[in-house]
Design a protein around this ligand. Structure first.
Ligand SMILES: [Zn+2]
Length: 203
């Protein structure tokens, strides 16, 4: 599915909805909203072939409540398929959302953080029930996670960082936090494999 228009795949939360979300996560001040427009603007510029991974994902400018409690800090970005809250309950209003912090926007990392989070969404939504030709025993998700297996880092975060390299529209100062932290080098072959997987699995 191609990302034809902003409205088709990227839902623009109404201001009313942001108010509702603010109430739902009150006490944590999670929903910021200062850069809501900017986050949506940048999200609408992602390569159209990634649209299939989004499945109606909503973009929210703020600190994800569960991750913020877990890290005791506001993460740059979070993909949350289930709507997790800080009290370990899920199924909240913000299920199927990508959260982008104001700090990520202020440090000009919005596009790269969005690509990383879309990498998580693609892993769950696109690669799970998709198979490379002649490799029916393992899904694309399992095979890719195997390729990024590491003792220190989560394979899913390394795979998500590979999305930044594979799909960024700029080449300067790519924000690949996990590659840098864990000194992980992705070969050209594996980046090509990630691109091929998105192409194959979004058909
Ligand atoms: Zn991640």
């Amino acid at each position: 599915m191609a990302l034809h228009t902003k409205d088709e795949n990227v839902t623009k939360p109404e201001s009313v909805r942001l108010t509702t979300l603010r109430k739902a996560v009150s006490g944590y001040g999670s929903v910021d909203g200062r850069y809501q427009e900017e986050v949506i603007e940048v999200a609408s510029t992602i390569p159209p072939k990634l649209g299939a991974a989004l499945k109606g994902v909503e973009f929210i400018n703020g600190c994800h409540p569960w991750m913020t409690r877990k890290l005791n800090d506001c993460p740059y970005g979070t993909y949350d398929p289930a709507g997790w809250s800080d009290d370990d309950s899920y199924g909240h209003d913000w299920s199927n959302s990508i959260w982008i912090s104001s700090q990520a926007v202020e440090n000009k990392k919005t596009a790269d953080v969005i690509l990383h989070e879309i990498g998580h969404a693609a892993t769950e939504n696109l690669f799970d029930e998709c198979y490379f030709p002649l490799q029916a025993e393992k899904s694309v998700k399992e095979l890719l996670l195997q390729s990024f297996a590491s003792h220190e880092a989560q394979a899913s975060d390394l795979l998500a960082d590979a999305f930044v390299i594979a799909f960024a529209t700029h080449t300067q100062d790519l924000h690949t936090h996990y590659f840098e932290t864990f000194n992980f080098k992705a070969s050209k072959e594996i980046i090509s494999k990630v691109r091929a997987a998105v192409w194959l699995c979004s058909l």
